[in-house]
Structure formats: structure tokens, C-alpha cells
Design a protein around this ligand. Structure first.
Ligand code: HEM
Ligand SMILES: *[C@@H]1O[C@H](CO)[C@@H](O)[C@H](O)[C@H]1NC(C)=O
Ligand SMILES: *[C@@H]1O[C@H](CO)[C@@H](O)[C@H](O)[C@H]1NC(C)=O
Ligand SMILES: *[C@@H]1O[C@H](CO)[C@@H](O)[C@H](O)[C@H]1NC(C)=O
Length: 485
């Protein structure tokens, strides 16, 4: 019932916006000699949305882009999710879009997502406030903080999680637990406990809300997500108030929350309000959780399917582990002596494209490569299209970590590999994510061997994920106790 009302309204609104936009687009074209990038707006009502969704629900969505690139070139016009959109598969154009964030383009999310994120989320901030908060977030996860504090927590929490594994394991579930526990620890110094587990349950409902059709009022998933968001915000609010009290008593902790207390920002200046802090922390949870846990899962999937890469990786980590003994934690020097692991990390990011690209809105008419993007239009800078382009990466669609060992593998120009975006919104968690993945792989390959428990499928819509959460059957092995080998 719920669903059919949704669909009806969605179609109705689509017809309406489509006709409106087609009329304005035509007017634009008449008024100027400028031309739109070539392409087709697809069917009335829904544009090319259905083609896009059905492609991204398979393991090989590439034809959607390939067909259009071969027909129209690297920049083309399409019509998806209710709006005409200029799609870029061109690295220079992508760079131009990312670098001109806030000047010519601005990030743009549907209203339903904005409600879930909260008004004060970094993802929604603009201008100088964004700049200040972005650099604050950067300094929370920069390499010296990682080295001095975060690495030890990451090592400990990854081990703790792996200790509980037996028999059959849903890798995606475990990776989610790890990243959630880690983020909570990093944000507010909590170790895993009943409180964090309850928080995670509510939080999962919020995440589900992100992927409903953006028509909030009628979707029950969305309603539940909004309720859950309120609960998560309340729980976090309580923590913030407690910590303020502790600070008055002179107590200081070393985490993101402390950095926010010390920050002199806020809309009115003079420190952040509790609401601002809660929104901000929630946004960090959202941005870091799904992405990092998915990349952990997919790295294991690709390695499992590429045994010689897995055995090369294992060699690297066994050597480190034998040097350190069974229980010693990884240190920064260890992390820095994993060259092949870094190739695996890059190759996984390149092939998986967890964030396949970013949507922006043109703030003014923009001329690029002989085309005009009309003011107000949506633009999609596709990282995926570039990462999987044979022109930029040899044999681009196969998993080949060794390509990163030669300079040729790391692509012809610096704009070509952008898993973490770029410009003013470049991902502040880029190094944190790399360290988390590397530490996870270290403990995984030195402590277990595994086989997939059943066939599973990688899909890309509504998010990049394994349909069955990647179940594996594991076997503990010990480098130090040959009887367990
Ligand atoms: C493999 C893991 C990750 C990937 C692939 C990834 C990718 C990205 C990308 C592409 C953007 C740019 C979005 C845009 O331009 O609109 C971004 C932004 C962001 N990421 Fe990540 N990310 C990852 C992990 C993390 C982690 C662990 C954190 C936690 C600190 C994080 C926090 C953020 C935040 C706060 C933003 C918004 C920045 C802004 O708007 O100024 N990300 N991420
Ligand atoms: C990292 O951030 C801290 C503040 O949190 C700052 O003192 C330090 O200089 C930064 N380090 C680097 C390498 O940027
Ligand atoms: C946190 O980690 C512990 C230990 O690995 C695990 O038992 C628990 O389920 C995790 N909790 C959450 C909320 O992720
Ligand atoms: C991995 O990619 C980054 C760019 O994101 C690059 O700086 C680094 O050198 C690459 N690592 C390897 C081993 O090629």
C-alpha cells in the first residue's frame, strides 16, 4: 500500500518536473547559441532512471556509461532521479567540478537526506563555516593523530572483534561492527558496551532511511529513520552534556568531541551549541561507517578471487607478525612497511568505487569543453567511469594490485584516481580509512584462512554492497602454534 502510493506520487511529480525542465531547457537553448552536452533525456516522466537502476543492480553496470560515452563522448546529458543531469566521465572536467566547489558548483542533496543528516552536518555546510569545520575534521584524523592515538585503538578493536569469530561469519556485518565501534571510540572515547550496541541498532535504522525514495511523508522506512535519528541524537546529546560537566571539573579527553569543545566556531561564534555538535558527529558516523566497512568486505572478496594476490599479501603480513611475535600491537613503522598492502588498498578503491561519483548543482551557466551547463542543472562527476576507463588504466576492469607498483599503474595524471574526491570537500577520512583497512587485513590474513560459504553477488544500487553480506567459513591458524596450522 505504502509502496504504491509512493510510486504513484513519484511518477506524478516526475511528469511534472520533467515537463517543466524540458520547457526550461528548450528555452535555454533558444536563448543562447550555447549547446548542452549531447545525450538524451530518455522517456518522459522518468528519464533514464530505470535503465540506470537496472544496470546498477547487476554485477556489471558498465554498459550504462559505456554506451553513452561511445555515442556522445565523455560528457553527456541524461535525465535521472527526477532531473536532467550532465554526466562527466572526463577526468579534467571532474577536477574542474571538484576544485570549483562553492564558486561555480555546490553540493546538493535531496531534502529527505538533509533531514536525516541534520542542519549542521559538514556535508551540508557551505562557505567559510564549511572551510573551518572541514579543516577541524582533517586535523582529527591527520597522520600525526593516527600515529600517536588512533592506530592503537584500531589495532585493539580489530583484534577484539576477530577474537569472537567462529565457523561461519558474515563479513559485512563484522566489518560494520568494527567500524562503528571504532568511530564511537574516536569521536567520544567510548569502548564497546551495551550503550554502543543500542546506539548501533538505532543508527542502522537511520542509515536505511537514506536509501528510500525521497518522498519522506509516505514512506514507513523513512518515518522510522526519522524517529531513530531523534533517539540517536538524544543519546549523543546526553553524552555531550555529561562531557561539558566533566570539562568544568577540569577533565580532558583526547577525541573529536574535545576538539569540538575547543573549536571557537559555531554559527554565532563563541563555541558550538550541543545541537551543532550532535549533528556534526552524526555526519561523521554516516560518512565513515558504510564506506569503510564496505571497502573492508570488498577487499576480501577481490583477494579471495585472486589467490596469487592474497598469497603475496599474506607473505607481507606474516613477515611483520613473525618479527613482532603473537600479541604485540602494530606500530606506525609497521603500517609504513606494507607496500603491497597499499597497492591492494588502492586497487580495491579503484575497482569497487564505493562512492561512484558526486552530484553537484551549477550555480551559474558554466562553459566547459565547448558545452554549456545551464545554471541550476545537476552535474554528476563520475569517478567510476574514469577509474574503469581503459584509456587511463590498462586492462581497467580487472583486479590487479601489481599495477600500482609501477608508475604506469598509478595512472597517467594525478586527476585520474579520485576515490576520496578532491577540492574543498576532499574526504577528511581518507587516511583513517586506509589505516583501518590495512590493520584489518593484517590481522585477518595472519589469523585466519577462509572460503566463501555460498555464492554472493556484488551490486551497486542503492549502495555498493554484497547482496548476502558476504558469508565466509573461517578457520583459525596460528603462526606460532603449529598444531593449529
Ligand atoms: C573507503 C572509505 C571512504 C571513502 C571511499 C570516502 C569517500 C569520500 C568522498 C568521495 C567524499 C567527497 C564527497 C563530495 O565531494 O561530495 C567524502 C567526503 C567525506 N568523508 Fe569520506 N570516504 C571514506 C571514509 C571516510 C571516513 C572513515 C570518514 C570519517 C572521518 C569520512 C568522512 C567524510 C566527511 C566528513 C566528508 C565530507 C567532507 C566535506 O563535505 O567537506 N570518510 N568521502
Ligand atoms: C594534526 O592535527 C593536530 C591538531 O589536532 C595538529 O597539532 C598537527 O600539527 C596536525 N599534523 C599534521 C601533520 O597536519
Ligand atoms: C563492538 O565490538 C565488540 C567486540 O568485537 C562486539 O562484540 C560488539 O558487537 C560490537 N558492538 C557494536 C555496536 O558494534
Ligand atoms: C595510492 O593512491 C594514492 C592517491 O590516492 C597515491 O598517493 C599513492 O601513491 C598510491 N599508492 C601506491 C602504492 O601506488
Amino acid at each position: 500500500m505504502d509502496m504504491s502510493i509512493n510510486l504513484f506520487l513519484y511518477l506524478f511529480l516526475s511528469v511534472f518536473t520533467f515537463l517543466l525542465l524540458r520547457a526550461t531547457a528548450a528555452a535555454h537553448l533558444r536563448r543562447r547559441k550555447n549547446r548542452l552536452p549531447p545525450g538524451t533525456l530518455g522517456l518522459p516522466f522518468i528519464g533514464e532512471t530505470l535503465q540506470l537502476i537496472s544496470a546498477y543492480k547487476t554485477e556489471n553496470p558498465e554498459p550504462f556509461i559505456d554506451d553513452r560515452v561511445s555515442k556522445y563522448g565523455n560528457i553527456f546529458t541524461t535525465h535521472v532521479f527526477g532531473e536532467p543531469t550532465v554526466f562527466s566521465a572526463d577526468p579534467e572536467t571532474n577536477r574542474f567540478i571538484l576544485q570549483n566547489e562553492g564558486r561555480l558548483f555546490e553540493s546538493s542533496y535531496p531534502g529527505s537526506i538533509q533531514n536525516l543528516l541534520g542542519r549542521h552536518s559538514l556535508l551540508l555546510m557551505r562557505g567559510t563555516l564549511h572551510k573551518r569545520m572541514h579543516s577541524l575534521t582533517m586535523s582529527f584524523a591527520n597522520s600525526s593523530i593516527l600515529k600517536d592515538h588512533l592506530l592503537a585503538d584500531i589495532d585493539r578493536l580489530v583484534r577484539l572483534n576477530l577474537d569472537s569469530w567462529t565457523g561461519r561469519v558474515f563479513l559485512m556485518e563484522e566489518a560494520k561492527k568494527i567500524t562503528f565501534n571504532l568511530t564511537v571510540k574516536q569521536l567520544m572515547s567510548f569502548d564497546p558496551c551495551e550503550w554502543t550496541e543500542n546506539l548501533m541498532k538505532e543508527y542502522m535504522l537511520v542509515i536505511e532511511g537514506f536509501f528510500t525514495i525521497p518522498l519522506p511523508v509516505f514512506s514507513s522506512t523513512y518515518r522510522k529513520a526519522i524517529q531513530a535519528r531523534r533517539k540517536v541524537a538524544e543519546a549523543l546529546g546526553l553524552v555531550v552534556r555529561e562531557r561539558r560537566k566533566e570539562r568544568e571539573g577540569g577533565e580532558r579527553k583526547n577525541d573529536m568531541l574535545e576538539a569540538l569543545f575547543e573549536g571557537d566556531g559555531g554559527v554565532g561564534g563563541g563555541g558550538f551549541s550541543d545541537e551543532e555538535i550532535v549533528d556534526f558527529m552524526l555526519a561523521l558516523l554516516v560518512a565513515g561507517y558504510d564506506t569503510t566497512s564496505t571497502i573492508m568486505t570488498l577487499a576480501v572478496k577481490f583477494l579471495t578471487e585472486t589467490p596469487h594476490a592474497l598469497s603475496h599479501l599474506k607473505e607481507e603480513h606474516v613477515e611483520i607478525r613473525l618479527r613482532k611475535g603473537e600479541v604485540e600491537s602494530l606500530r606506525w613503522e609497521d603500517y609504513k612497511s606494507m607496500p603491497f598492502t597499499q597497492c591492494v588498498v588502492n586497487e580495491t578503491l579503484r575497482i569497487a568505487n564505493i562512492i561512484s561519483g558526486v552530484f553537484r548543482r551549477a550555480m551559474t551557466d558554466i562553459n566547459i569543453k565547448g558545452y554549456t551547463i545551464p545554471k541550476g542543472w545537476k552535474v554528476f562527476a563520475s569517478f567510476r567511469a574514469v577509474h574503469l576507463d581503459h584509456e587511463h588504466f590498462k586492462d581497467a576492469r580487472s583486479f590487479d594490485p601489481w599495477r600500482w607498483q609501477s608508475n604506469a599503474g598509478s595512472a597517467s595524471s594525478p586527476n585520474v584516481f579520485t576515490p576520496f574526491g578532491g577540492g574543498p570537500r576532499h574526504c577528511p577520512g581518507y587516511e583513517l580509512a586506509r589505516v583501518e583497512l590495512s590493520v584489518f587485513l593484517h590481522h585477518l590474513v595472519t589469523r585466519f584462512s577462509w572460503v566463501p560459504a555460498e555464492p554472493d553477488k556484488l551490486v551497486f544500487f542503492p549502495t555498493t554492497r554484497m547482496l548476502k553480506r558476504y558469508p565466509i567459513i573461517i578457520q583459525r591458524r596460528s603462526l606460532f602454534d603449529p598444531c593449529k596450522e
